[in-house]
Design a protein. Structure first.
Length: 428
């Protein structure tokens, strides 16, 4: 029945478009050893995807003959195909991206590829950067001057009054003065309005910030709620840096949509069943960033055995949240974290108990649904955007293969094609 349905689907799609075919260069065929249509659907073996004018026209398996006379994308063929990935926590704050409006393309393309498309990310969420600079980078991508992912951004985050975290205090004084620290609900609403006017699609709140020596500065509840309400009024998402379990609770009460970290900065590291129940019932998503904790603790010269215990506590938070039915979004904090390779994040999430298909959901269907884009991306489905990843190997057998990216394709165009062994360095 499945094979018949796929054949009928292709015939119907082909028939509807028969009088308005795109140019031959915009219509091509991608073949693979396996196709993961979606995490909640059975895979197709010896599969193919027909791409037409940046959209998926049809899909099929070995029993469904692809249309004849269509150009095949040989450089990307022969791997495991999935929908394009989303990294829900990155930063474009590295000096390599400074001056994005005027910087030569050749100086921006490599760091952009290494942060994003090299690892299959066709969409990323910038969770805090210079709004003007990230906006310029996004515009150059959309104009085709740079080959990169779709960028969603929350602009400049909001901090508690006099609450810049200690780890940001080395920023230039002129930049520190620009970081919003609203002292009232009305000021918070004004900050959000300004952020959306400059291109943000959401707001990031630091509801609790470490000041050093164990001190935590907290955002007033009415300020957090005002910022969240204004963000929702404008159709955006509220992303929250919580720092500790009390910060998670504050975020939930304020109306957060996404918690952007698990928490390690408190002796009370476990999330209670009551707190997790509130998060799930209010449809709060979590970006675990487990890899970040080992990275930060290593910088602080914390002994290996202590690091492992702390990261294990964060894993338990993720395991409990996922087991309760919570929505997990993949994200790494790359850009702040200079280790751009997300392999360890996949390994840690799997160690916390997530299956390969749950990991795939955190990269595809879950973020698409969270950002109200489930009708156009997140699945390999006719009519959807041709955002695709081709992997060398099946992540169902080893989650490390999520980073074995052979090709990254966005809107039908290859943004990253890994060079063959002994060839030129990877690039778009």
């Amino acid at each position: 029945m499945k094979r018949i349905a796929l054949s009928l689907l292709w015939l119907a799609t082909a028939g509807c478009a028969s009088n308005q075919r795109p140019a031959a260069t915009d219509r091509w065929l991608l073949t693979g050893t396996r196709l993961y249509v979606a995490p909640d659907a059975p895979p197709l073996d010896n599969a193919w995807v027909l791409v037409s004018d940046g959209k998926i026209e049809a899909i099929g398996s070995a029993s469904d003959a692809p249309p004849a006379g269509v150009r095949r994308e040989d450089a990307c063929g022969g791997g495991v195909i999935t929908a394009g990935f989303q990294n829900s926590h990155v930063h474009f704050t590295d000096p390599a991206f400074a001056g994005a409006a005027d910087r030569p393309r050749d100086e921006l393309q490599q760091p952009l590829s290494q942060l994003t498309t090299r690892f299959g990310f066709t969409t990323v969420v910038d969770t805090g950067s210079d709004p003007a600079n990230t906006g310029a980078l996004r515009q150059r991508i959309e104009r085709g001057e740079l080959q990169g992912p779709a960028i969603l951004t929350v602009g400049s985050p909001l901090y508690p009054e006099n609450g810049i975290p200690f780890y940001l205090r080395d920023l230039p004084p002129e930049l520190l003065r620009q970081l919003p620290q609203p002292a009232s609900a009305e000021e918070a609403r004004a900050n959000v309005r300004t952020s959306f006017e400059t291109g943000a699609q959401g707001t990031k709140l630091f509801v609790a910030t470490p000041q050093g020596h164990g001190e935590i500065r907290r955002m007033a509840a009415d300020i957090a709620r005002a910022a969240a309400d204004e963000t929702h009024r404008r159709g955006g998402l509220v992303m929250v840096h919580p720092t500790d379990p009390d910060g998670v609770s504050t975020a939930v009460q304020a109306g957060a949509d996404v918690i952007v970290h698990t928490t390690i900065d408190s002796p009370k590291r476990e999330w209670s069943a009551e707190l997790i129940g509130q998060m799930v019932s209010r449809h709060v998503s979590v970006v675990p960033t487990l890899q970040l904790w080992g990275y930060e603790l290593a910088k602080a010269d914390v002994p290996t055995d202590v690091r492992e215990r702390i990261v294990a506590a964060a894993e338990r938070q993720l395991a409990a949240f996922s087991s309760a039915g919570g929505q997990v979004l993949f994200g790494t904090d790359a850009g702040y974290m200079t280790d751009l390779d997300p392999t360890q994040e996949y390994v840690l999430m799997a160690h916390a108990g997530l299956t390969p298909m749950q990991l795939l959901a955190s990269l595809t269907t879950a973020p698409a649904a969270r950002w109200s884009a489930a009708e156009r991306r997140g699945r390999v489905k006719p009519g959807f955007d041709a955002d695709l990843v081709v992997l060398d190997g099946d992540p169902a057998t080893d989650v490390r293969r999520f980073t074995a990216v052979k090709c990254t394709i966005r809107a039908g165009k290859a943004l990253f094609v890994r060079a063959p062994a002994g060839g030129a360095p990877p690039g778009p």
